[in-house]
Design a protein around this ligand. Structure first.
Ligand code: ADP
Ligand code: MG
Length: 468
């Protein structure tokens, strides 16, 4: 049997063994590029597929291939898609330095937010370990816990804790560098451009602690990853500390070198979950107190029940509440209703179905629903599909496999990836938050908050987010 037939027979075998969604997602576009000296070189369209196959299928595929080919076979998966580049392809850093005009270096001094202190942090079940670990890092001998990774979705307090650590270490007189992975990359590019690589390295390696926020940004940035690996090794050698915060766990960051992954996850990892009802109430009370705002218990209860996203939304609710009460003289109950509408905050309460989510997303992006469930991978469709995954996860009780199945038989890991991409986009594109708010508002029509009898009904306020 020749190599091509052996490969096709192996694929046939896998098609029988695997469920359809898995096969379609990972193997349908795999192609034999060539065969030489026992090595089959197979192409897949993106790094995500390569990594997934290498992690889950490589061993059994090699075994099947060897059996069918009746000779020892080796399998190498490579990314190659000249027709349809992946929607999230990003070149290596060095290419950026040579080709596109290099961005201006960020100032090397870093600013810490004055409110991001341990005193201002409210601990509860979802963030207690992260809080205790951060305190231990801030108060214990430097380098005792290193590396430390704070992980969690957007707005759960990672930056707050990282900066609280930085501040506490600075107060102890230690040499601390805090910056985002994006700023680190920008500075690295500038240093390469200006042939200042040695000075760049020296500045970071002298530090007692280097804190890198939004670590997920390093995905696909080979030079940044290599530089962080070298820095990690140097700091470890001197028993100094390296601390990270990331929306994604290292094992979920695609296009991350093995070296970088093993270092990022080499120490304690504290995952912060979204706050539960009790913590949401405690945070609302705390934020209100600091703003000298009196929050009646029923309003606090309602806001905590409805605003189920990150802490940023809770904070924004208190700010909005205060502003609208001060400027319009509205009663707190009326103001709270308006705030909830603006935040589109009736998620999960309104019996939202997957179909409703898909229809709303399709309509919003002016695409047919079939495009979401189909195979097309144009940038716009991929984005709409990922938004559908994200909102389905947030606004319905459907499981990951069910969402994947409803979106054209996709694997649950595709849904995980889609949601992670949206989380990243939320951090990277300020306008994108508004898109999601508008979509949420379309899907949720919160029942009005009961207004006490002695208060006149508020004028109907049309949420700003609805006017797009
Ligand atoms: P992340 O970095 O995880 O996206 P941030 O640290 O920027 O989130 O937090 C978003 C906002 O919520 C900040 O203003 C922060 O001060 C506030 N916040 C988050 N968690 C808490 C908490 N447990 N107690 C008080 N404020 C919090
Ligand atoms: Mg952050």
């Amino acid at each position: 049997m020749n190599a091509k037939d052996a490969w096709l027979a192996t694929l046939g075998q896998l098609q029988v063994q695997l469920n359809r969604a898995t096969y379609d997602t990972w193997l349908r576009r795999a192609e034999l590029l060539g065969y030489e000296d026992g090595r089959f070189v197979v192409t897949v369209p993106n790094a995500y597929a390569r990594d997934w196959i290498e992690r889950h299928l490589l061993a059994s595929m090699t075994e099947t291939l060897t059996r069918i080919f009746q000779r020892p076979a080796e399998l190498q998966i490579v990314v190659w898609d000249p027709v349809e580049p992946g929607d999230d392809a990003g070149g290596p850093l060095v290419a950026l330095a040579g080709g596109a005009p290099a961005p201006e270096p960020a100032p090397c001094d870093f600013a810490l937010h004055p409110d991001y202190t341990f005193d201002n942090f409210v601990a509860g079940d979802s963030n207690r370990y992260a809080y205790l670990l951060s305190k231990a890092v801030a108060e214990g001998p430097i380098g005792r816990y290193s590396p430390v990774l704070l992980h969690g979705s957007l707005g759960v307090g990672k930056t707050h804790l990282l900066q609280a650590i930085a501040r506490a270490l600075l107060i102890r007189g230690l040499h601390v560098l805090y910056l985002t992975a994006e700023d680190f990359t920008t500075e690295l590019v500038a240093a390469i451009r200006d042939k200042q690589g040695a000075a760049f390295r020296e500045r970071f390696r002298r530090a007692d602690a280097v804190l890198i926020d939004d670590l997920q940004f390093v995905e696909g940035k080979d030079s940044t990853q290599a530089e962080l690996v070298a820095l990690w090794d140097a700091l470890r050698h001197r028993q100094r500390a390296m601390l990270f915060a990331s929306t994604r766990l290292p094992c979920d960051i695609v296009r991350l070198s093995k070296d970088a992954r093993s270092r990022f996850q080499a120490g304690p990892i504290a995952s912060i979950d979204l706050p539960d009802q009790a913590l949401r109430k405690a945070i609302l009370d705390d934020k209100a107190l600091r703003r000298r705002l009196t929050l009646p218990p029923d309003v606090c209860e309602l806001l905590a029940a409805r605003i189920t996203g990150g802490v940023r939304d809770l904070e924004s609710a208190v700010d909005q509440l205060q502003a609208s009460m001060m400027l319009t003289g509205q009663h707190v109950h009326a103001a709270a209703e308006q705030v909830l509408r603006t935040l589109g905050a009736s998620v999960r309460a309104g019996g939202v179905t997957l179909e409703m989510v898909f229809e709303a997303v399709a309509e919003y992006y002016a695409a047919p629903v079939e495009a979401l469930t189909g195979r097309k991978r144009s940038k716009a469709i991929v984005r709409a599909r990922q938004v559908a995954m994200y909102l389905a996860r947030e606004m319905t009780d459907a499981s990951l496999p069910l969402i994947g199945e409803a979106l054209g038989g996709r694997d649950h890991s595709t849904v995980v990836h889609g949601c992670a991409r949206v989380t990243d986009m939320l951090a990277a594109e300020p306008g994108f938050v508004e898109e999601l708010t508008a979509l949420r508002a379309r899907l949720s029509a919160p029942p009005p908050i009961p207004v006490p009898a002695n208060v006149s009904a508020p004028p109907t306020v049309r949420a700003k987010a609805l006017t797009f």
